[in-house]
Design a protein around this ligand. Structure first.
Ligand code: NCD
Length: 312
């Protein structure tokens, strides 16, 4: 039988086929049910070591990778760049080699520089998972988004998905722009022209500066935060103006399909890209489903990437 996931690392959606993505989503389903039990003990990663190496802030991604590893029995250690020798001038690769010398089995990395996870993967012996590299990719976010859509709407194929906001600086958008069309969805992006990337980066996905036009008939509306930390001050116009033109309100959502699903990877800025009341309406908003499914998807990724080591 051929290997359903013949990769040592998970660096981006770009390296994956539709069947490899579906394999991860199918594997993750079991962990959703498992995580709803009171006792969550599975020991398949017992004796293995997972390092979470985060050079950028994170709430959901870091914590869910930690919980995911622990629920599978791994020894999980978190490396906090803030208190490390990174501030004494140590390079990313020297830091990665130092950590790798402590013999982890998996290294989960987040870094502000695009390509950082791939550079680390080329230098170390262990499996590497990209938890966000600059404006590059955030593959586990795209996987959890896909599984959230599949569970809430029953399918991905044929759905109209609109992603709105700061597309240009968003690794979440980039990974979803790769995964969702591969899984058969019809994508559109919307945002101020200054926050939209070029045609080539969009892979031919249509871009709109008029959100009201883009949202028409959409089955899924995915909202993104403005990535202030990745842009020149000049780019961030007034937030009130942004809300008026690109904020998701009930009135705007009425233009979408009748049961359109609202998504946001977090952290959200209530009253800017999304109305707080809408975000809290769980009949429309899948924001907390995304968080729940995120743990399951990360468990599946850790399980799949360490499978070879465990059976050696
Ligand atoms: C995103 C990220 O860090 O790329 N957050 C996340 O992982 N859920 C999005 C963001 O920072 O806006």
């Amino acid at each position: 039988m051929s290997d359903p996931f013949p990769h040592r690392h998970l660096l981006g959606i770009a390296a994956l086929s539709a069947s490899e993505i579906r394999f991860i989503l199918d594997q993750a389903e079991q962990w959703i049910e498992f995580n709803r039990r009171t006792r969550k003990i599975d020991e398949r990663l017992k004796g293995l070591t997972q390092f979470n190496v985060f050079f950028e802030n994170s709430t959901r991604t870091l914590f869910s990778f930690e919980v995911a590893g622990k629920r599978l029995g791994a020894t999980v250690a978190n490396f906090h760049a803030a208190g490390s020798s990174v501030h004494k001038g140590e390079t990313l690769i020297d830091t990665a080699l130092t950590l790798d010398a402590m013999r982890p089995d998996v290294l989960v990395i987040r870094h502000s520089s695009t390509g950082a996870a791939a550079e680390v993967a080329a230098a170390v012996d262990c499996a590497v998972i990209n938890a966000g590299d600059g404006t590059g990719e955030h593959p586990t976010q795209a996987l959890l988004d896909a599984l959230t859509i599949r569970r809430r709407l029953g399918r991905i194929e044929g759905l109209k998905v609109v992603i709105c906001g700061d597309i240009r600086h968003s690794r979440v958008a980039r990974s979803n722009l790769l995964s969702l069309p591969l899984l058969g969805a019809e994508l559109r992006v919307a945002g101020p022209p200054a926050l939209l990337p070029g045609w080539e980066a969009l892979g031919g996905v249509p871009a709109f500066d008029d959100f009201d036009e883009a949202i028409e008939g959409a089955d899924v509306v995915m909202m993104l935060r403005i990535q202030r930390e990745r842009m020149e001050a000049a780019l961030s116009a007034s937030l009130d103006d942004f809300h008026a033109r690109y904020g998701l309100t009930r009135e705007r959502l009425a233009r979408a399909a009748p049961d359109a699903l609202v998504m946001h990877p977090g952290p959200m800025n209530r009253g800017v890209e999304i109305d707080g009341e809408l975000a809290d309406d769980r009949s429309r908003s899948a924001i907390l489903d995304q968080v729940e499914i995120g743990v399951a998807v990360r468990m599946a990724c850790l399980d799949i990437l360490t499978h070879g080591r465990r059976t050696e």
